[in-house]
Design a protein around this ligand. Structure first.
Ligand SMILES: Cc1cc2nc3c(=O)[nH]c(=O)nc-3n(C[C@H](O)[C@H](O)[C@H](O)COP(=O)(O)O)c2cc1C
Length: 182
């Protein structure tokens, strides 16, 4: 099977997630093609692609614009293929934040008219070393709601890798009639 991963990252955590998922899928004996939706000069082809994974982070309540534009213009290519959307956010790191994490994805779906077959709400990371004053204030008071977070070397990773690998494995193994919802 050949899997296309469309992704975008701002601070690198989604890129790390994509790299790990890439290794997981190759390890299961399938092929992977990566496409960064920030790269406007690259041409995107769905030829020979069986399934598509889309992965992007949430910043200030939404996924990157380029990522959404690319989804909107690829709807016909998604119709005949199973899709998994990995939405990376910090709200997804906390049980009480899951409803909001779900809302970010719902808003993307409403704006693009795209409904993925599978959804993975995935916790991202805090990387204070790459934040300016504005970003740290948003993270501390808006995203983390004033929660105290322990940082090791300026990074705190919340991504639950086992949960993500299980979600990706379920997607890869699904036959076309097995459409799951999270
Ligand atoms: C300026 C800024 C705004 C953010 N806004 C949100 C947000 O509204 N909701 C949320 O759940 N996470 C938010 N986050 C957290 C990111 O989703 C998280 O750090 C994620 O790991 C970023 O992925 P990336 O490294 O691939 O860019 C924000 C992060 C930054 C730096």
């Amino acid at each position: 099977m050949e899997i296309l991963i469309l992704f975008e990252t701002v601070e690198g955590q989604t890129r790390k997630i994509v790299d790990r998922v890439d290794q997981q899928i190759r390890g299961a004996g399938h092929g992977v093609r990566l496409f960064n939706t920030e790269d406007r000069l690259a041409s995107l082809s769905f030829d020979g692609i069986d399934k598509v994974i889309l992965a992007a982070p949430v910043h200030e309540r939404r996924h990157p614009k380029n990522f959404e534009v690319l989804i909107g213009s690829s709807l016909s290519d998604f119709k005949s293929r199973q899709t998994l959307l990995i939405s990376v956010s910090l709200k997804a790191a906390f049980p009480e934040g899951m409803a909001e994490a779900r809302d970010y994805l719902k808003e993307l779906e409403m704006r693009t008219n795209f409904e993925p077959d599978f959804r993975a709400l995935t916790a991202g990371a805090v990387r204070t070393s790459s934040y300016g004053y504005f970003e740290s204030q948003v993270i501390q008071f808006v995203v983390l709601d004033g929660r105290d977070v322990d940082l090791i070397d300026g990074v705190r990773e919340f991504t639950d890798w086992d949960k993500l690998y299980a979600e990706v494995a379920a997607f890869i193994d699904a036959t076309p009639s097995q459409i799951a919802d999270t």
